[in-house]
Design a protein around this ligand. Structure first.
Ligand code: GLN
Length: 197
């Protein structure tokens, strides 16, 4: 089972390192042909406008949409924006998940912070249910979820920071930048359950 990391821009190397530590085979994806045979794909954090423009320039938008209709895809931060239907901005989006996002939702002064989150779904990979320490870097917020998309985690004030829609996963924080590997394990389980279909 091979997992792709979209390697156009952003912190794909950190995702790759974490997935490899968990025993997954990882392929960097920069061209449409490199999606062939992958069981799942991670879209990293970075800068979503740049990522979208590069994806368009490399003719990756349609192949990524096609891939995401069938396979597990996880977007973190800029990757979550790229997966969304609406980012309130003219920029290329994959339009795969029924979520709308607000970019840079935490403003300038507090554009980076860390907080413990309650993520009940992670009990499927670690029954302890201990809090998940999340790192936010100029993060977006998930403004709304619709269709079959479900909220996985929220801030104490109720603002949404993680969502799942079937085989699609979006987190606005950066699990690849902390030692806690539960989200990566959660994604690998999702990939596995998807490829059993
Ligand atoms: N602010 C970036 C954007 O809007 C996302 C930041 C990140 O991925 N850490 O695309």
């Amino acid at each position: 089972m091979e997992i792709g990391v979209l390697a156009l821009q952003g912190d794909f190397a950190e995702h790759q390192a974490m997935l490899e530590k968990l025993g997954a085979a990882v392929r960097q994806v920069r061209q449409p042909g490199q999606l062939a045979g992958l069981a799942g794909l991670v879209i990293p954090g970075g800068e979503s406008t740049t990522m979208g423009k590069l994806a368009a320039a490399y003719d990756l938008i349609e192949p990524l949409r096609e891939f995401g209709r069938m396979h597990a895809v996880w977007g973190t931060c800029a990757g979550a924006i790229f997966l969304s239907r609406d980012a309130g901005n003219e920029q290329p989006l994959l339009d795969l998940m029924d979520i709308s996002v607000i970019r840079n939702a935490f403003g300038r002064q507090v554009d980076s912070f860390e907080i413990d989150l309650d993520v009940p779904e992670l009990k499927s990979v670690d029954p302890s249910g201990k809090p998940y320490h999340a790192v936010f870097i100029r993060a977006p917020l998930i403004d709304s979820v619709s269709g079959s998309a479900k909220v996985l985690a929220s801030l104490p004030d109720g603002r949404i920071v993680a969502a799942r829609q079937g085989h699609l996963l979006a987190t606005v924080f950066h699990p690849e930048l902390t030692p806690d590997d539960r989200f990566h394990r959660y994604f690998l389980e999702l990939v596995k359950s998807r490829s059993d279909h």
